[in-house]
Ligand binder design. Structure first.
Ligand code: MET
Ligand code: ZN
Length: 749
């Protein structure tokens, strides 16, 4: 192992709040998957993990102070569950590693922890289950090991842990907890365990310790804030509280009063904290990290602006350092892997390694103070801007739903409870191989297309045989529901190796939306039309909505998201028009990420709901009343976006509902949603084949809530991750369930 010593800089201390932990070439992913499939034993996995950590330190050694403990075998919230010994009994196995993966992924004996999105990012964390009986105990092994590893290399190391307040606020009550119990009730029991964890670290020589409290960047109640003050008074000196993902706002004075030594500010999304601090009476001894380099996006920092914000902070305090705005977990490791990108774009990008240098430069009084250069003129497309400006005031409006419904029923007569699927059919190994061969140039376009068309034909035949009412082409030609469109629209680039962890071993490669967006040619019409030519049944067109395209890309930050969304919407509007012109009667525009981009702070939510729903409606409102617009949402609790779902004004909304026991239907009703709903009656994220009777029961609940004319029968998401062995019997059951409920309805009529 090579030893690195950090060079103390003349200026301010440079650091980062956290670092990508999957390895520059996804080494950890490969090791994990080898371990899970039995090809790599526990020792081999630990060795691979140590090597990834060592690589992280190689990079971080550039900084004056290095965060440690931000490595994770799967998820940092699960690591915290382990650190406070709060694993549920059902996940305890013979070894710690086996317990860890039982909680992360489940096994024959137990379902895993639930997974949900980390603030407004596309990273998913595992939700701790905490009950009144959960016994906490300090298990400092991981945090101590990783701290010592860095220290032994001569680095000035700063241990990082998820703080107790956020840990409990991110948790959910365990199954057996009483109805009025909240995990946060356990704060007083948890804090002593943190005291022990901190003591163990101090015992090994730790000075300042970073406690991540991103939950303090969301709206908090008075009672929660009072508890925060008490906790941080108790945890004592040499604590740096980090947020990230927005301003601390009203948490700022609370933390300051509690006497925390330092606060790491997100000066990208939480710049208003600067003003807040200027208005407060802050001790000049308070330590601040100026998070001026964006941990969430991949654009080069504006060093001039960063330095200016830093100077403002220095007028408040004598003890200021420079950092990233959040952990760098959300960006890929190294831009140098992207030699194929257009030069003007490459020059404007910065991945994790490059960001470390930016942080260094801002911390160095003699470092670069370059402003960010203007984007090249040809990244702007006057035509799309003019078209958007010229859109009619009612370009995002259709005639009222009852009128549409009548016209659509006449155009495409359907039985009650029409059966359909969400779009994708299984992506078999054979399909993936064909795609890989095509990408590598080993399969010519014509052969590839023929192969995909054969798949479409097979998928149509399957559905006819199953007796589904509204068919799909199965999406075999799509590598990914966002990338597929990004590759065809101008203004997007895709990276060669820009991998970002989504959860566990799963990584995504978000496209980069860098310039004005236009559609060059129809993107999906050929596939849908081909599928339609094979059947008398209606085939749904299938598009990804503007919000989801933005959510799963790295998006330009030189104009409001709303403006970028409108450009994408306009391109989709043209696609929708072309599908309609080709005779497609039903067009589905998926918005699974509608909840994801919802701002963390309530005050910013109304504006988000406005632009998000408007962009969807711009994409979908150009059609005639008799053309039916469907949308699809999944992956979330919909409570906060129910109004937005209603405002999409789709004719049919298919929505994940089985886990919430159809409760979302009553919520939709309260939000004045009046069109049809396809509540997912088959949880496709589970390999289990659902019983037809359970699906029928779910459909009956839906009929009770909405009336028979407003219910569709469908799974809760696409089938691309499932195998045909599960899909066939499940869809047979779905069709049977719909028929059974129809018969009952006919009898009782
Ligand atoms: C994550 S939502 C997926 C929707 C898409 N149409 C599919 O079926 O795969
Ligand atoms: Zn879905």
């Amino acid at each position: 192992m090579n030893t690195t010593t950090s060079v103390p800089s003349k200026g301010l201390k440079a650091t980062a709040l956290g670092y990508p932990r999957i390895g520059p070439n996804r080494e950890l992913k490969r090791a994990l998957e080898a371990h899970w499939s039995g090809r790599l034993d526990a020792a081999g996995l630990q060795e691979a993990a140590a090597s990834v950590r060592s690589g992280m330190l190689d990079d971080l050694a550039l900084l004056d102070t290095v965060p440690t403990g931000t490595f994770s075998l799967y998820d940092h919230v699960l690591d915290t569950v382990v650190a406070v010994d709060a694993l549920a009994p059902r996940h305890r196995r013979e070894t710690e590693l086996a317990s860890y993966f039982a909680a992360a992924r489940g096994d024959d004996a137990a379902v895993p922890l639930e997974m949900t999105k980390w603030f407004d990012t596309n990273y998913h964390y595992l939700v701790p289950e905490i009950g009144p009986e959960t016994a906490f105990a300090a298990k400092p092994a991981k945090t101590v090991t990783e701290f010592v590893e860095a220290k032994e290399r001569g680095l000035d190391a700063r241990p990082v842990l998820l703080g107790p307040v956020s840990f409990l606020l991110l948790a959910k009550p365990s199954e057996d907890a009483p109805a009025d119990f909240s995990p946060f009730d356990r704060l007083d029991d948890l804090v002593p365990v943190y005291v022990e964890l901190l003591a163990a670290l101090r015992h090994h020589g730790a000075g300042r310790i970073q406690l991540d409290e991103p939950a303090l960047c969301a709206d908090r109640t008075e009672a929660e804030l009072a508890a925060v003050a008490a906790v941080y008074r108790r945890l004592g000196a040499e604590i740096l509280v980090a947020g990230g993902y927005g301003p601390f706002g009203e948490s700022l004075p609370v933390l300051l009063e509690a006497g925390v030594e330092g606060i790491a500010l997100d000066l990208v999304r939480g710049r208003s904290d600067l003003e807040a601090l200027e208005a407060l009476d802050v001790s000049r001894e308070t330590f601040f990290l100026a998070g001026v380099v964006d941990g969430r996006n991949i654009w080069r920092a504006d060093l001039e602006k960063g330095a200016a914000d830093l100077a403002r902070l220095q007028r408040i305090s004598d003890r200021v350092g420079v950092s990233s705005s959040s952990s760098l977990l959300h960006v890929p490791v190294d831009l140098d892997a992207e030699q194929e990108l257009p030069e003007a774009l490459f020059e404007r990008l910065s991945f994790a390694r490059q960001k470390l240098r930016e942080i260094k430069a801002i911390a160095d009084p003699e470092g670069s103070r370059e402003a960010r250069p203007e984007a090249p003129a040809d990244w702007r497309d006057a035509s799309v801007r003019e078209r958007l400006a010229a859109l009619d005031a009612d370009a995002d409006r259709r005639v009222p739903y009852p009128e549409r419904q009548a016209a659509q029923a006449e155009r495409v007569p359907l039985p009650p409870l029409p059966t359909t699927t969400i779009g994708s059919f299984p992506q078999t190994a054979e399909l993936r191989n064909a795609r890989a061969a095509h990408r590598r140039g080993l399969m010519i376009d014509a052969d590839y297309k023929a192969r995909m068309k054969a798949e479409v034909a097979a998928v149509i035949a399957e559905q006819e045989k199953l007796g589904l009412d509204v068919l799909v082409h199965g999406e075999p030609e799509r590598n990914d529901m966002v990338q597929y469109f990004a590759e065809q629209l101008t203004g997007f680039a895709t990276t060669a190796a820009g991998w970002v962890q989504s959860y566990g071993s799963r990584c995504v490669r978000p496209p980069i939306l860098y310039a004005d967006v236009t559609r060059q040619a129809p993107m999906t019409v050929e596939w849908t039309s081909y599928a339609q030519s094979l059947t008398e049944k209606p085939v749904k067109g299938m598009l990804t909505g503007p919000v989801t395209i933005l959510a799963w890309s790295f998006v330009r930050d030189d104009q409001p998201l709303a403006d970028t969304a409108d450009q994408v919407a306009l391109a989709l509007r043209d696609e929708v028009a072309d599908l309609e012109a080709a005779g497609t009667a039903i067009i589905q525009v998926d918005e699974p990420a509608l909840r994801e981009l919802l701002p963390v702070r309530a005050a910013s939510r109304a504006a988000y709901r406005d632009w998000a729903t408007r962009s969807f409606r711009i994409a979908t409102s150009g059609v005639r009343p008799e053309t039916s617009i469907h949308t699809h949402l999944c992956y979330s609790e919909f409570g906060e976006v129910i109004d937005a779902i209603a405002a999409l004004d789709a004719d049919v909304t298919s929505i994940e509902a089985s886990r919430s026991k159809m409760e979302v239907l009553a919520d939709l009703d309260r939000a004045n949603y009046r069109s049809a709903v396809g509540p997912g009656v088959w949880d496709i994220h589970s390999p289990r084949v659902p019983a037809a009777e359970d699906m029928a029961e779910a459909l009956r609940l839906a009929v009770d809530a909405l009336g028979p004319e407003r219910v569709w029968a469908n799974p809760d998401c696409g089938l691309k991750t499932r195998r045909y062995e599960e899909v066939r019997p499940s869809l047979e059951g779905l069709v049977a369930a719909a028929r059974a409920v129809r018969e009952q309805l006919a009898k009782s009529a």
